[in-house]
Design a protein around this ligand. Structure first.
Ligand code: F6P
Length: 324
C-alpha cells in the first residue's frame, strides 16, 4: 500500500478531526502518501481529493466537526456511483481507504470492498455509540458531556420555578446518550428505546417524586424511545393527567454533535487512527478498529454492522436506584 485515502462520512462527531490527524500523521511517519477525500462518498465520486501531509493537520485536534466535511450520499448506493468512485480512486493512485463514520458508512465500504476488492478499514465516529465491536465510538464522550452540561443549566431554572422538564436527546435507535447523560445529570426518569416503561410507570414515578418532596424534575427522553409519544405529546399528557406539574420541553438537537472534543475522544481517535493505518499496512482489510477493556481490537465490518451495542443493564439498575 502506497497511498491511503481518508474520509469522514455520515453524521459528524467531535473527535473526527483528531482521527483524520492521526491517520495523516501515521502515514507521514510510515512514509506513505495520504489523500483527504472531501464530503465522504460524494467527494469520492466527484474526485474531490487533496494530498495531506503532517503539517496539513496542524491545530485541528481540538476542533469539533470535520475539516474534510461529511455527507450522506445516495449515489454511492448505486452500482454506477460506486464504479465512478472506484475510477476516481484508481486515477488518483489511492490503493486503500480509511473510513471514519457510522453504520451506514461502513455498509457502503463493505459493498465497495466486495465489488472491487479494495482494502478498507473503518474507524467508528458517531455520537450514538451504537456500533458493535467497540465499547466507545469517537464523539460519544463529548456528546454526553455536552448533554450533562446543558441539563445542569436546565436544572437551575427547573428548580427555581418548581418545574418538570422533558429533555429530548439524540441517539437514533439506541439509548446510550440518554442513559449515560441521564445518570450523570441526575435525571428523574430516563426513557430509552431498549426499555419501554410505559406511561403509567412515568406518571407513578412523577407522583412519587412530588410526594417525596422533590419540587422539580428532569426526564430524559431518547429520540428513539418507544413510549409512543414525542416530548411535546408527553408534556400534554402529563399536564392532563398530573396537573400538579408546570411542564416545559427542551429538544437539545444538533448542539449535541458540536463542540471541542473531550480529552477522552481525542486520545481514542489518535489511537484508532494509528491502528487503522498500521492494520492496512499489515495486509488487513474489511475490519473496523474498536476498543474493549482499553485495548484496541479489530472486528470484521460485516459483524460490526449487524447489530447495535446494547445498553448497560447495570447502569439501568443504578439509574432506578438513584431516582429513589
Ligand atoms: O447518528 C448521529 C445523529 O446525530 C443521530 O443521533 C440523529 O438521529 C441523526 O444523526 C440526525 O441526523 P441529521 O444530522 O441528518 O439530522
Amino acid at each position: 500500500i502506497k497511498k491511503i485515502g481518508v474520509f469522514t462520512s455520515g453524521g459528524d462527531s467531535p473527535g473526527m478531526n483528531a482521527a483524520i490527524r492521526s491517520v495523516v500523521r501515521t502515514c507521514a511517519y510510515l512514509k506513505i502518501e495520504c489523500v483527504g477525500i472531501y464530503r465522504g462518498y460524494q467527494g469520492m465520486i466527484e474526485g474531490d481529493f487533496k494530498p495531506m501531509d503532517a503539517r496539513s493537520v496542524n491545530n485541528i485536534i481540538n476542533k469539533g466537526g470535520t475539516i474534510l466535511k461529511s455527507a450522506r450520499c445516495e449515489e454511492f448506493r448505486t452500482k454506477e456511483g460506486r464504479k465512478e468512485a472506484h475510477d476516481q480512486l484508481v486515477a488518483e493512485g489511492i490503493d486503500a481507504l480509511v473510513v471514519i463514520g457510522g453504520n451506514g458508512s461502513f455498509a457502503g465500504a463493505l459493498l465497495f470492498n466486495e465489488e472491487y476488492n479494495f482494502p478498507v478499514m473503518g474507524i467508528p465516529g458517531t455520537i450514538d455509540n451504537d456500533i458493535l465491536g467497540s465499547s466507545f465510538t469517537i464523539g460519544f464522550d463529548t456528546a454526553i458531556n455536552t448533554v450533562v452540561g446543558v441539563i445542569d443549566k436546565i436544572r437551575d431554572t427547573a428548580s427555581s420555578h418548581n418545574r418538570l422538564f422533558f429533555v429530548e436527546v439524540m441517539g437514533r435507535d439506541v439509548g446510550h446518550i440518554a442513559l449515560n447523560a441521564g445518570v450523570g445529570a441526575g435525571a428523574e426518569e430516563i426513557l430509552i428505546p431498549e426499555q419501554n416503561l410505559g406511561l403509567e410507570r412515568l406518571l407513578d414515578s412523577l407522583k412519587r417524586s412530588k410526594k417525596s418532596g422533590k419540587s422539580s424534575s428532569i426526564v430524559i427522553v431518547a429520540e428513539g424511545d418507544r413510549i409512543g409519544k414525542n416530548v411535546f405529546e408527553l408534556k400534554e399528557y402529563v399536564e392532563e393527567h398530573l396537573p400538579i406539574y408546570d411542564v416545559r420541553v427542551s429538544v437539545l438537537g444538533h448542539m449535541q454533535r458540536g463542540g471541542n472534543p473531550t480529552c477522552f475522544d481525542r486520545v481514542l481517535a489518535s489511537r484508532m487512527g494509528v491502528k487503522a493505518v498500521e492494520s492496512l499496512l499489515e495486509g488487513k482489510s474489511n475490519y473496523m478498529v474498536g476498543i474493549r477493556d482499553n485495548k484496541l481490537i479489530l472486528t470484521p465490518i460485516s459483524e460490526a454492522i449487524k447489530a447495535h451495542t446494547e445498553v448497560d443493564e447495570e447502569l439501568i439498575r443504578v439509574s432506578d436506584i438513584m431516582t429513589t
